[in-house]
Design a binder for this molecule. Structure first.
Ligand SMILES: Cc1ncc(COP(=O)(O)O)c(C=O)c1O
Length: 419
């Protein structure tokens, strides 16, 4: 079975062993959150780092610290995730969607067009690990006196001109979600060098409660159940998928995006601190970051080499210039109906669907209207969402696995030769 990046892709044997120990010692661990914050600050080179239960909560903390409020506009790119939008809506501010460029990142030209006197902040997402045009955008933000927030949910370890993504804006946030660069199933970090923004984030963090015992346990169980029970069942007529859906519907296993969030609501009860147990796991994974990203680069190079000239558009097959992407995912654009090709892949025991499909705000069943998105406002993002497949690059994909994906794609793409 070859898995996409949605099903616990960063979990290795040592993580499973650690998780079992963490379950055994649940609620007896202390000080791990501060240790993670310190280690993260040492890695990224930003003075102030604050951990939360997710990237979305870290983002909310930054928005609060910047005093984003009702009536303010926050610019975000099309081709993003619903949980980036819900914190903006939670504060009753308005998300304004900006179209994307050829690297699937926010387009500086459309960005300029969408700035108004109400624009309070620009969120720059480094999509799938490819750095956005951050220097140009920083210049625009500075000129117009607008806060710049970097969404580094995908880009931990990516660099522009030798500096890490996340070190250019007024503040940045990272995700340790299940399918992210490193993973503690859920978790996130808000970072800044600005003392007054840091004070705001710290105050927000201090006022939050710890997640419940049950919440933490569920999240620790997720990689164990996925790896030892659900994934093996995928080989039996896709049974694993139905077991997973059942366990998520009955709330035995956590979902990455809740039904409420898909309807534009950030549930208040979700906004919590990071538990120490998940902080131990995140710190353990941070040590592996360099190896993970080196592996991703090698697999991305392999896709470029093997798929070049076969009719696929590969947005990340371009000169690096000053960019050093982490290749968290390797997007390609296909000429075939997405649903059909993903289903064919599943039948060939290749799980490619990672949720980034069909709509400019994922998951595909998000209520786009409730996100304040207007169809037609980001035509490029809408078009790309219709033909995007993310190829996995994570540590559990070997070169043989990547070759199976390549062979499958070559045999199943309506080839137009427009590479
Ligand atoms: C682009 C983007 N930003 C922010 C987030 C939020 O991260 P988290 O899931 O840790 O809340 C995600 C998560 O999926 C994302 O894809």
């Amino acid at each position: 079975m070859i898995i996409s990046s949605a099903l616990s892709p960063n979990t290795e044997q040592d993580d499973l062993k650690l998780i079992k120990r963490l379950i055994w010692h649940l609620q007896k661990i202390e000080g791990a959150v501060s240790e993670l914050e310190e280690a993260f600050s040492g890695f990224i080179g930003l003075k102030y780092c604050f951990a939360f239960n997710s990237g979305r909560t870290a983002f909310l903390a930054i928005l609060q610290a910047l005093n984003v409020k009702e009536g303010d506009e926050v610019l975000v790119q099309g081709l993003t995730c619903a949980v980036l939008i819900t914190p903006i809506l939670y504060l009753k501010a308005k998300p304004i969607f900006v179209d994307i460029d050829e690297t699937l990142n926010i387009d500086p030209i459309d960005l300029k067009n969408k700035i108004t006197s109400k624009t309070k902040a620009i969120v720059v997402q480094h999509t799938f690990g490819w750095p956005a045009k951050i220097v140009e955008i920083k210049e625009i933000a500075k000129e117009r006196n607008i806060f710049l927030i970097e969404d580094c949910a995908h880009s931990l370890g990516s660099q522009y001109n030798g500096s890490y993504c996340g070190t250019f804006g007024d503040a940045s946030f990272f995700s340790f979600g299940r399918d992210k660069v490193i993973s503690s199933v859920f978790g996130g970090m808000a970072s800044t060098n600005d003392k007054s923004i840091a004070l705001g984030i710290k105050q927000f963090q201090q006022e939050l409660k710890q997640p419940s015992f049950c919440w933490t346990l569920k999240h620790l169980l997720n990689p164990i159940l996925i790896n030892s029970f659900i994934l093996p069942l995928y080989s039996f007529w896709g049974l694993g998928k139905w077991v997973l859906v059942f366990l998520q519907k009955t709330h035995i296993l956590p979902r990455p995006v809740s039904e409420k969030e898909k309807q534009g609501k950030m549930p208040k009860h979700f906004i919590k601190k990071m538990p120490n147990e998940l902080a131990v796991l995140a710190k353990h994974q941070l040590v592996k970051l360099e190896r993970f990203n080196k592996h991703r680069k090698g697999i991305a190079e392999f896709y470029v080499q093997e798929l070049g000239g076969s009719g696929f558009i590969m947005p990340f097959n371009r000169p690096f210039e000053k960019n050093n992407p982490n290749f968290m995912k390797f997007p390609i654009l296909v000429n075939t109906n997405l649903k059909v090709i993903l289903e064919k892949a599943r039948r060939a025991n290749i799980l490619l669907g990672d949720g980034w499909r069909e709509t400019p705000i994922v998951p595909f069943d998000t209520n786009i209207k409730k996100m304040s998105y207007q169809w037609g406002s980001c035509p490029k993002a809408e078009k790309i969402a219709d033909c995007l497949i993310n190829l996995p690059t994570h540590i559990n994909i070997s070169q043989e696995g990547a070759l199976r994906i390549v062979n499958f794609l070559k045999n199943n793409n309506g080839n137009t030769g427009n590479n």
